[in-house]
Structures are given as C-alpha cells and as structure tokens.
Design a protein around this ligand. Structure first.
Ligand SMILES: [Zn+2]
Length: 425
C-alpha cells in the first residue's frame, strides 16, 4: 500500500531548502521525497500535512515500559530507598497480565507522543512483546537478568532467541544484564558467552550513581566502566549502556574505542539526583549518545520531546556553556543515534530507503509560531501532545490525533483494575 504525506515541512539538511515536501511511503519504506505538489501517485492514501513538520519517529533508547503502573508512586525519594521500599516490593507481586497492560499503556503514550521505537528492559518479556506486537510499534526488548538460578537465566536467553525478528521484524531483542551491581562477574561472563553464541546485543545500566561507583570499586578495585572492560564486556559486542553519568576521561575513551552506545536519561538523572552525564564530552569523543526517558516512574512520562529539552538544558547548565548541545544535535540524538543504539540500520532518518517510521508535528499552534528555526521549535517549544500523526513500518498508528490501533478506553480501565489488584494483592 502507498501513502502520500503531502505538504509537510522537513528539517533543513544538506541539499534541502527550508520548504515543504511530499513524502511517498510504499510498503514499509520511504520511497520518495520531493518538493510539495510534485509527487503524483493517484493510488496512494493521502495524509495532508497542512504545514506540519515531518520528523523521523523518536527512539526512546532506555525504558521499562510496564513500570507505568507505578507512575507517581514514590516520588521525591533517593534511588536506593525508592527501589527498596516502593518499587521492588510491588514488582515482586506483579503478574504477566500486569506487565502486559502496563506495557500497553506505555505503547499508547508513546504513539501519542511520537515515539516509534524503544529499548525496554523488564521481566515477563513475553507480555511486553505481545503489547508491542499489537501496538504496531518497533522495540528492542531485553529480559532483565540478575544473579540467581541458571534455569531462570537460560529461559531469558531463550526469550531473546524466540522473539528476535518477530512481528514483521518490528521486535528485536538484546540480552539484559541489569547492571554490574546486580550481576556478578560470573553471571556477566555467562551473558557474554550467550551473546557470542547467539549473536545478540546487550542492554545494561552503567555508572548511574556515585554510590554505584564506590560499591563496584570496593568489590572489584575498579570503577564500573573499567570493571566491565576488564571482564571483556565491551570488545566485540554491541552494547547499549544506560546512564553513564559517572565517567572519567579514560572511561570515555574506553567507551569510544569499543563503540559502546549510550542512552542518556536526563530527567531520570535529575529526578533521582544521580548527577549530570558528560554528554558533550561523549559526543566529542565520537560516542553515539541516544536519549531515553527511563521508566515513567523516574521521569514521570515517556514524552521524548520533554526529554530532548531537558537534555539540551542540562548540558548547558552542566558545562556553563549556552552553546553546548544545540537543538539540531539533540534531535539527532533522539532519532539517528537512537536507531544506532538499538542496532536498527534502516531507521532514524527521513530518506528514501529508510523504514517509514515517521511523525507529523502540528506546527499550527500558538506556542509553535512563528517558524524562524524548525529545530529550535521542536526542542525548546514543542511537547508530546503536538504530535498528530504517527507511522511505523509504513502503518498509520495515529492519524490527526486519533489512535487507530489500540483501544484507549479499554487500556485505561484495565490499568485501573491491575493497579487496584496490585496494591491490595
Ligand atoms: Zn533503567
């Protein structure tokens, strides 16, 4: 099936003037982009751009989607007491059904705010995979691996193998060793061996807090990044590392030399008072830094536009340099770099030959006028509620603010039921 998106702005890029374009989608791919009014394709379903801005869909490079069930439960607390006293006791009671509805709630929120792909780490991965399958989104899923029984570990490796490439290729998988403070060196070794054997990438939390660095140093005599390098975790593997807040110059070199992709989570890092990741220095070193929201209980939303603004502002205040992390670079982090982090080579750009994962941002709004600089409007003025149309893999998931693939009312009522059961179980 062909879809013609007509008369939409695009961000200025090499060879493109600031003008409106037509975008022709054929099947799962972008087939052609040309100045507005020049593509004729009578058979195509037409989506009027009406002066909206077409962007590649956002890639949320680190989240735990089912944790939307705990949104707003335990805010304003330090990381470890929040986990110990609030999150972990409730997670211990969650069922696969809870994880399914929590994931679906997040999928709905992502479609409505312009995220087309996400990297997820959680338990009951089957449930999240089913939600992704139904939602039409693209996702890279990892079952969280910690120390414990070998049988449980093997089941998680099996899940990664089963779901790899499913849902017309929209679902890909990674192994998800949670962190070097919840996985012993022996467990990390097993994960690396499975990654080698089945050619799987790895998604892991790294160097999130200062206390983590102290804990790893006390246990292994090395800081987190150096400890992982010493175990051979980076070399020859595709690694998606979340956070990377506490780094020295030598560690930035290690990440750059090994091609480690980083998911920067500015709002979570601010909310949990984890610190300021050295994003400009990482980008300068050539590291692919992507953006993630982390879970919606350490954020508390999955709005990538809010995350983009936070990333830009945090980099500026962190370096006391207003030129740090300009808007266009932040958009690149939320799209192209996100696709690289999820190891999706044909995703993240609006170009012929790329997957048709794209959104239309409604620019006909008071807070987005006038259009002096499109990239600035996206990062500093727009928010998730300005996304009006979302396509993934050539399928229209939302058009003119109407979600076409999920039953919004049912999801909200099922989530209410899950929460009631979860809190009183
Ligand atoms: Zn996380």
């Amino acid at each position: 099936m062909s879809i013609l998106i007509s008369d939409a702005w695009m961000l200025p890029q090499e060879g493109f003037l600031k003008q409106k374009y037509d975008i022709l989608v054929e099947g799962e791919y972008i087939a052609k982009i040309a100045p507005a009014g020049t593509i004729k394709c009578p058979a195509a379903k037409v989506i009027q751009g009406n002066g909206s801005l077409a962007l590649p869909g956002f890639v949320n490079a680190h989240t735990h989607s089912a944790m939307s069930l705990l949104r707003g439960y335990g805010d304003d607390m330090p990381l470890m007491s929040w986990l110990n006293d609030r999150v972990w006791p409730l997670e211990a009671k969650m069922t696969p059904e809870d994880v399914y509805w929590g994931s679906l709630l997040s999928c709905l929120e992502m479609i409505k705010s312009g995220t087309t792909a996400f990297a997820d780490m959680y338990f009951f991965m089957d449930s999240t995979a089913k939600a992704v399958e139904e939602s039409g989104l693209r996702a890279s899923l990892s079952a969280a691996i910690i120390d414990g029984e070998t049988k449980d570990f093997q089941e998680k490796v099996e899940l990664a193998r089963i779901w790899q490439g499913k849902a017309d290729g929209r679902i890909t998988t990674m192994l998800g060793p949670h962190s070097s403070y919840t996985c012993s060196p022996a467990r990390l070794q097993e994960v690396m061996e499975a990654a080698d054997e089945y050619d799987l990438a790895m998604h892991i939390h790294i160097a999130e807090t200062q206390s983590e660095i102290e804990q790893i140093e006390a246990a292994y005599g090395k800081r987190t990044v150096q400890h992982l390098e010493n175990l051979g975790f980076f070399a020859g593997h595709h690694v998606l590392g979340a956070h990377l807040v506490w780094l020295n110059a030598a560690e930035i070199d290690i990440l750059a030399q090994n091609g480690v992709c980083v998911a920067h989570n500015p709002q979570s890092n601010m909310k949990l008072a984890s610190g300021i990741a050295p994003v400009p220095a990482m980008l300068q070193a050539g590291i692919k830094v992507a953006l993630g929201t982390d879970s919606s209980c350490s954020n508390n939303s999955l709005d990538m536009l809010a995350e983009m603004k936070a990333a830009a502002l945090l980099a500026k205040v962190g370096t006391l340099d207003a030129t740090a992390l300009p808007a266009a670079k932040v958009i690149e982090m939320a799209t192209e770099n996100g696709a690289a982090a999820l190891d999706l080579p044909q995703v993240g750009k609006l170009e012929p030959g790329y997957k048709a994962d794209l959104i239309l941002l409604d620019m006909n709004k008071p807070h987005l006028a006038p259009l002096h600089d499109l990239a600035s409007q996206v990062v500093y003025a727009a928010n998730g509620a300005d996304v009006k149309t979302t396509l993934v893999n050539g399928q229209v998931l939302m058009q003119d603010y109407e979600v076409l693939v999920l039953d919004e009312a049912k999801i909200l009522s099922e989530v209410k039921k899950c929460c009631k059961n979860l809190f009183y179980r």
